[in-house]
Design a protein around this ligand. Structure first.
Ligand code: NIG
Ligand code: FE
Length: 398
């Protein structure tokens, strides 16, 4: 996926476009891509050469939606789900997000960091170079700040490029069960200013869906976030048509994510804005939900990004190769569309399209070297078997 000029995103029919060269060489200088070409005399000396042995060189994955900072896991709850309870029923019983919040609250910050660091390094090995990570298992000021500080430490101590998101509006904590307005007001008046005061979040997110936050509450929370310099990027329409897409586009959201439910009004809203529709097929697989209508979105001339949603409740994996396979098997996306969805379009959904997501001169040297596969389509096709041989981040082999 080589580009000489930086591009913003690929949408509609352009999602099927991937420029590539054969017999290629690529030069890295100080962690950036200095240039590339094919065939002609290679402008560097032999001792610096890394032979890709017939593999493809791809941009590293840009995973624009994760919750990979969390404490413990929810595998017991998943057994309840297998026995027949729905995601919403589990949430209503105090399980789900509230269960993760209870575990996070009793976990010291250092331990939370160690658990999260393991997941961060796991996604590095599986080819991710840039990732967005959300708070949202704190649900009170102290614990939300604890999560966001752990994200800052991951920024400093891993080779990943990380963008952080404040998701205080992920669920209503138990003590606000009958006072939703009280929690919305806590988020707006106290949490957002505290987070902004420590410069801990690039983005603001709200879970705008049936049984969680309404579109009206979402709008007010986004406005407060914007006033404090955070860009909206929201969860919408996982469980129903929530009005989330419209409220997101109206507030200039960088992305609206999930979209398992999507009507004509939502498509029309997206066509008017610059918001990236981001689909999370891991959550559909794990929760048994329907899959978002990727083909309809692309055929409406829009872009699509795919992300892992790595979290303990609805998608406990950050494996972007698997996410691409789900995009192909379940959403009928084609190989080139998948590659654009997990690289350039994911980068756009994090505001990183100028520095990540394609192999272009000047961009960060975040690259995947694959096995000597017959074509790129072999990667999503061979689901469950990784085709990644090496991962290079900031010019360094991981
Ligand atoms: O994106 N939908 C809301 N949030 C997460 C799930 C969080 C959880 O269950 O812990 C999601 O699917
Ligand atoms: Fe999510």
């Amino acid at each position: 996926m080589v580009e000489h000029e930086p591009i913003t995103w690929r949408a509609g029919g352009e999602m099927g476009v991937v420029n590539s060269i054969e017999d290629a060489w690529l030069v890295i200088e100080q962690g950036r891509i200095a240039g590339f070409g094919s065939g002609e005399a290679i402008p560097f000396s032999d001792d610096e050469v890394f032979d890709c042995k017939g593999g493809l060189v791809l941009p590293a994955f840009c995973d624009s939606h994760t919750h990979l900072v969390y404490a413990g896991n929810r595998e017991k709850e998943y057994e309840d789900k297998v026995r027949g309870l729905s995601y919403e029923e589990i949430a209503k019983r105090g399980g789900g997000i509230l269960n993760s919040a209870a575990r996070l609250s009793e976990t010291p910050e250092d331990q939370l960091f160690e658990e999260s660091l393991e997941r961060a390094m796991e996604i590095v090995r599986s080819g991710t170079g840039a990732v967005e990570i959300k708070s949202g298992y704190g649900l009170n000021i102290a614990d939300e700040l604890k999560m966001l500080r752990v994200i800052q430490r991951l920024k400093a101590e891993t080779p990943l490029t990380i963008r952080s998101t404040f998701l205080g509006a992920h669920a209503f904590p138990g003590e606000y069960r009958n006072n939703h307005e009280g929690y919305v007001s806590l988020i707006i008046r106290e949490m957002i200013p505290a987070v902004a005061g420590e410069k801990l979040a690039d983005f603001i997110d709200v879970f705008c869906d049936r049984g969680f936050f309404t579109a009206e509450q979402t709008g007010r929370i986004l406005e407060a976030g914007i006033k404090h310099g955070m860009i909206p990027k929201i969860h919408a329409n996982e469980l129903d048509l929530s009005g989330g897409v419209q409220v997101g586009v109206r507030h200039g959201a960088l992305s609206v994510d999930h979209l398992e439910y999507l009507g004509e009004d939502e498509i029309a809203a997206l066509q008017k804005g610059r918001t990236m529709p981001t689909l999370l097929p891991g959550a559909s697989l794990f929760l048994g939900l329907k899959y978002a209508p990727a083909r309809r979105i692309i055929e409406a001339g829009l872009p699509v990004a795919l992300a892992s949603d790595y979290n303990p409740g609805s998608s406990p994996t950050g494996n972007m190769e698997l996410i691409m396979s789900l995009g192909m098997i379940q959403m009928k996306m084609l190989p080139n569309e998948l590659l654009n969805a997990v690289t350039l379009n994911g980068a756009y959904a994090m505001g990183l399209e100028k520095s990540h997501g394609t192999i272009s001169p000047g961009k960060v040297a975040n690259l995947i070297i694959t096995t000597s596969m017959p074509s790129f389509g072999f990667m999503p096709y061979s689901y469950g078997t990784s085709q990644i041989r090496h991962v290079i981040l900031n010019g360094i082999i991981q």
